[in-house]
Design a protein around this ligand. Structure first.
Ligand SMILES: [Mg+2]
Length: 259
């Protein structure tokens, strides 16, 4: 295996790496502090498109993690960036929360249900039959179908929550059309993030708690990959995948020294 170049910039997943079920993972605060002191470009990533970077900054701050707004990268931001590149100043019918609608407004999109270029589906806890019906009919009439992330479920203290991927499946079933998913494991999310901080994949690392999203996306984007065991992946599951991370560590605390 070719020797990798030193790591000059870091991308890290949020849930399962920095925090787990609302509680900070030990070492996450030291890791972020070290990153900020180093001056190295970094991003905290999430496939959750519900919140704006400012919302997430506040949520992280409440548990003692001080991540600047500019260092937060969500699937909603990546989706908005993708749409801005594909069709500048377009129109969209969005099903989602402020994280998505703010991102779309910020890139100059008009949100409308009158013959939009796109139907954009994101994470929300307030799906309505009416909104889904509208989305289905707009797609039938030619709107392109985009979804922020393919996650089928999300975590909660009480058990699984249906997430964007599950609702997308409902729309797909009704229309016969698959969405284009922008979030992880699509390496587009990583490449757009690297571009946003002026980083290059050959000198960047991705940290995550999932093989099928974080590690896969990092790998496909050409980055060094670290799997932490503080989230969803159990050690015995790693070898069930046809690919492997560059390194497996117990937690983010083991990576502080590498920054
Ligand atoms: Mg995670």
């Amino acid at each position: 295996m070719a020797e990798r170049k030193p790591i000059e910039s870091w991308l890290t997943d949020m849930d399962g790496v920095l925090m787990h079920e609302g509680i900070p993972v030990p070492g996450a605060d030291s890791f972020i502090k070290r990153l900020r002191e180093s001056g190295k470009p970094f991003l905290v990533l999430t496939n959750n498109s519900m919140y704006t970077p400012r919302d997430l900054h506040a949520r992280l701050a409440r548990i003692g993690l001080d991540v600047p707004v500019r260092n937060i990268w969500t699937s909603a931001l990546a989706t908005a960036q993708f749409l801005a590149d594909q069709r500048p100043n377009g129109t969209a019918y969005a099903i989602g929360e402020a994280g998505l609608t703010t991102a779309l407004h910020d890139i100059g999109y008009v949100l409308t249900d009158a013959d939009p270029d796109y139907v954009v589906l994101g994470e929300t806890r307030t799906y309505s039959f009416e909104a889904l019906t509208k989305a289905i009919r707009l797609i039938n009439n030619g709107a392109r179908f985009i979804a922020t992330n393919p996650d089928e479920t999300g975590p909660s203290a009480e058990g699984a929550l249906p997430a964007t991927g599950s609702v997308a499946a409902l729309i797909t079933k009704a229309t016969g059309r698959d969405p284009y998913f922008v979030g992880k494991p699509n390496p587009l999310m990583m490449r757009a993030g690297l571009d946003a901080i002026g980083a290059h994949s050959e000198t960047s690392a991705m940290i995550g708690d999932r093989m099928d999203t974080d590690v896969l996306a990092g790998l496909e984007a050409g980055m060094e990959t670290f799997l932490v065991l503080t989230g969803l992946t159990r050690p015995e599951e790693i070898d069930l995948h046809p690919f492997r991370p560059s390194r497996v560590v117990d937690s983010i605390a083991d990576l502080v020294e590498l920054v």
